[in-house]
Design a protein around this ligand. Structure first.
Ligand code: XIL
Length: 331
């Protein structure tokens, strides 16, 4: 058997291997990034509040540094994210002197943000998450209510994709969401995207965030999600994968190391998940982890503050975990 040293080389015939980075991890994880990854996402630096904190004032410096690093190292980038209800400054939804913003005014702000950002970041971007997390998790309501949907109406999604297409007809335009494998939400995401496709709204793909745990979601639910989304004829990306060693509602914060039992289970889980991804590689363009190594993860503070987590395939020293070995080993 060939001895592969690099994850991106091992998966060259399957999909890109991506990582989310921030200002710190792009430095601390530099060697791992260069060796194993050929796609990069900014964890926060390309969100609305970072790029346009005040109306018309665009702050691109931090994001530009990431794009330069990626370019220098032949790494491509996915843009994240243009229209979202979180990490978007309040001014976006406010009128002058406390007056209510009209639908047309918010559409103008949306258009200006999308076009300015997408034309600024050219090379090496291949995908943008145009709309993030618009679907409601619970009940029968399809879309969550947000300032975007309240002020513009549910067709804010259509407009976001049209503006993005006008700005960059050459990159792939994605709808991205979490709980993407849960039976109720995956059906809603499917219905939303199906209606976009049927109305010829220019969408190219669905991003599956994949914030998962050791036991959930069930592998069969993941398979059904991939099949259902792929049946729309769009491409898919795994956009924010991590495998938490805790279930979402577990509140224990006493652990300073992952237990052996957790790590064994995590390795088996990564093995199973990546074999599923390989099975569907014709539909999957990129598999992105929401971080690089266990030295840093947003899960250290989410959804439970100060609950240290170990969700990745590299440990706190940047060494390969059993999970890494498992996903590197296949025929
Ligand atoms: C998270 C970041 O990792 C955190 O640092 C930040 O405080 C909040 O956002 N869905 C998304 C990502 O699309 O942008 C989120 O990233 C995680 C959930």
């Amino acid at each position: 058997m060939t001895n592969y040293l690099s994850l991106k080389d091992r998966y060259a015939d399957y999909f890109r291997i991506g990582a989310a980075v921030n200002q710190e991890t792009i430095l601390t994880e530099e060697e791992l990034l260069k060796q194993h990854f050929n796609s990069l996402t900014a964890e926060n630096e390309m969100k609305f509040e970072h790029l346009q904190p005040k109306e018309g004032i665009f702050t691109f410096e931090k994001a530009d540094q990431m794009a330069s690093f990626a370019k220098e190292n032949q790494i491509e980038m996915r843009g994240h994210t243009l229209v979202w209800h979180n990490q978007t400054p309040q001014w976006v939804f406010e009128g002058n002197k406390g007056s209510l913003l009209t639908r047309q005014q918010l559409l103008n702000r949306m258009e200006s943000h999308i076009k300015t950002v997408m034309t600024h970041f050219k090379d090496p971007f291949y995908t943008w998450d145009v709309v993030n997390e618009a679907v409601e998790d619970r009940g029968s309501q399809l879309l969550r209510s947000s300032p975007w949907s309240t002020i513009i109406g549910d067709d804010f999604i259509d407009h976001a994709f049209y503006f993005a297409k006008e700005a960059r007809p050459d990159v792939k335009l994605y709808y991205n969401d979490y709980n993407e494998s849960s039976p109720v939400k995956r059906e809603k995401i499917y219905q939303l995207v199906k209606s976009l496709v049927e109305r010829d709204v220019p969408i190219d793909g669905i991003g599956l965030q994949c914030h998962w745990s050791l036991d959930t979601p069930a592998i069969d639910d993941i398979r059904q999600a991939i099949e259902r989304y792929a049946s729309l004829g769009l491409s898919l990306e795994i956009t924010e994968m991590d495998v938490s060693v805790f279930e979402f509602e577990n509140h224990r914060t006493d652990l300073t190391q992952a237990t052996k039992e957790m790590l064994d289970k995590q390795a088996a889980r990564y093995d199973q998940i990546f074999s599923l991804f390989r099975e569907y590689h014709q539909h999957i363009d990129t598999v992105t982890f929401w971080g690089v190594s266990d030295r840093y993860t947003w899960l250290n503070d989410f959804p439970v503050e100060n609950r240290k987590n170990w969700p990745f395939i590299f440990d706190e020293k940047g060494q390969a975990k059993e999970s890494f070995k498992k996903i590197m080993t296949f025929k």
